[in-house]
Design a protein around this ligand. Structure first.
Ligand code: NAD
Length: 499
């Protein structure tokens, strides 16, 4: 299928794809597949105003009815799964299996949100005053801005949009400037659900194509109650303070530097499979990709040869070809950053295997590489930084406390895991004195989370939580209510205030 056929299958063709100043390149071959018009700062203001109007209507629609819209969205996504998964591959460069997996994640969160639409529960609370009742209610918060990164071009939108919509909030989506076509395709899919739904307010969902300028205009707009921003820590450092300055709310989902500890009792075959999937899957461009391997010195020699053999044989190629396990990096800039990191690793005493460019003859404008393993003398500066590419830094440890200290001694705090069959080690790793990350796993890699759990991380990862568990509470405002059904007016804390 050509890129225009893939786009046409999702209703994208003609003027929408041409005439603008924003080139959209496919990482598959570096070719420009569309030239889009970017939204202006004025468009951002108009979108915020329209979302504020939509909010006045949507907040009063009963939550289970709002859930019906998300149920229909889930149905439309099921129908479009194959086409949208293929477009994710084309535009983000991830292999088809992962493109389809990402769309499945969208369907899963829709199912979750539909159930949630009947479970937006508050508490009832015992009052200290006679004839009084206390409770809390959860109300819609307001227009929600979703800023997303290129590497999960559609799932991140759905995590946020499905929850925001059932919680009563209109959504504005500012997708990555590297992956705007998947966003436009999702817009078409949601349009179908809205048409079947019938009476949703206009502008309940809007998409603004563009980069930092339009993003900042939206971030600064006081009509936007919640900014959910996914991307680099650099972006979060800009967005977080701007939202805080106007007392808006934010959910920040930023960079990770995820580790695995492999202990002497670990099942090494299981560990190798988990390492390979989480370190080279999506060409190392997941926020949860495995970047640091902390191996007990007694198992390093058994583990590393197996790992190097798997790395050498992993099929690298077009993500659209069946059989490929490693697609390209998103662009050549990313390739140069990877080479810079490998240079730094060598300068800091590391020994690098892999990392070379592949398939340059066939794809001169794309960035195919052999994933790299860098054996390091310790946790040097480059190991502590997130390089968004498949580089696995390997370090050894002798005592368990040191392994946990190494795992925690990075600025980021997204995902982590341990491979062990020792219950003491596993439980210590999960305890308050263990991993300091938002995600901590045992005998499973750091990537590939399910939507049922809350997703996010600590420290420079930003502290936000999305997706499952009670992450929905960030999309609503809590009101504490006290009702007096007595004929007296007793004051709390026994205070006497009689005239
Ligand atoms: P990026 O930070 O370059 O861009 C992300 C988004 O932020 C884009 O839409 C971009 O236009 C926007 N943006 C950038 N500066 C902005 C500003 N000042 N104001 C408003 N918007 C702004 O990130 P990327 O290269 O697309 O994605 C890779 C990064 O995202 C990695 O660091 C990865 O770890 C992270 N990521 C984190 C998660 C998570 O859930 N924690 C998920 C996916 C990706």
């Amino acid at each position: 299928m050509s890129s225009s056929e893939i786009l046409a299958a999702l209703g994208l063709s003609g003027d929408v794809l041409s005439g603008g100043m924003l080139p959209v390149r496919s990482p598959v071959d570096g070719a420009v597949i569309a030239q889009l018009r970017e939204a202006t700062v004025a468009d951002a203001g108009a979108a915020a105003a329209a979302a504020a109007e939509a909010f006045k209507v949507w907040r009063s629609v009963p939550a289970p009815r709002r859930g019906e819209l998300v149920r229909l969205l889930g149905e439309e996504l099921r129908a479009a799964k194959a086409e949208l998964g293929r477009l994710v591959s084309l535009e983000a460069g991830k292999i088809l299996q992962e493109g389809l997996g990402e769309v499945q994640e969208m369907i899963d969160i829709c199912d979750f949100a539909v159930g949630l639409s009947r479970q937006l529960y508050g508490l009832t609370i015992a009052s200290e005053r006679p004839g009084h009742r206390m409770m809390e209610t959860w109300h819609p918060l307001g227009p929600t801005l979703i800023i997303s990164a290129f590497n999960f071009p559609v799932a991140v939108w759905s995590w946020n949009a499905a929850l925001a919509l059932v919680c009563g909030n209109p959504v504005i989506w500012k997708p990555s400037e590297k992956t705007p076509l998947t966003a436009l395709a999702c817009g078409k899919i949601l349009e179908k659900a809205l048409a079947r739904f019938g009476d949703a307010p206009a502008n309940l969902s809007q998409i603004l194509i563009g980069g930092r300028a339009v993003g900042e205009a939206l971030v600064d707009d006081e009509r936007i109650a919640l900014v959910s921003a996914t991307g680099s820590t650099r972006m979060g450092r800009q967005v977080g303070p701007r939202v805080a300055k106007r007392f808006g709310r934010s959910i920040l989902e930023l960079g990770g530097n995820n580790a695995m500890i492999v202990t002497p009792s670990a099942d090494l075959d299981l560990a190798v499979r988990a390492i390979v999937f989480s370190a080279i899957g999506t060409c190392g461009q997941r926020c949860t990709s495995l970047r640091r391997l902390i191996v007990h010195e007694s198992v390093k020699d058994a583990l590393l040869p197996k790992l190097k053999a798997a790395y050498a044989s992993a099929p690298v190629g077009s993500p659209l070809d069946a059989g490929t396990l490693v697609g390209p990096l998103v662009d050549l800039d990313s390739y140069h950053r990877m080479q810079g990191a490998l240079e730094a690793a060598r300068a800091e005493g590391g020994t690098v295997t892999g990392g070379e460019r592949l398939l340059e003859d066939r794809f001169p404008n794309a960035a195919y590489i052999r994933p790299a393993i860098a054996e390091m003398p310790g946790q040097t500066d480059i190991v502590r930084a997130e390089t968004f590419a498949p580089i696995l830094y390997v370090m050894t440890y002798t005592d368990f406390e040191t392994a946990i200290a190494l795992q925690n001694d990075v600025p980021q705090g997204l995902s982590s895991c341990i491979f062990t069959n020792d219950v003491r080690e596993a439980e210590t790793f999960l305890s308050a004195a263990g991993s300091d990350c938002g995600i901590a796993n045992v005998n499973i890699g750091p990537s590939g989370a399910e939507i049922g759990g809350a997703f996010g991380g600590e420290k420079e990862t930003g502290g936000g939580r999305e997706s499952g568990s009670d992450a929905w509470k960030a999309y609503m405002r809590r009101a504490t209510n006290t009702v007096n059904y007595s004929r007296a007016l007793p004051l709390a804390q026994g205070i006497s205030f009689d005239l």
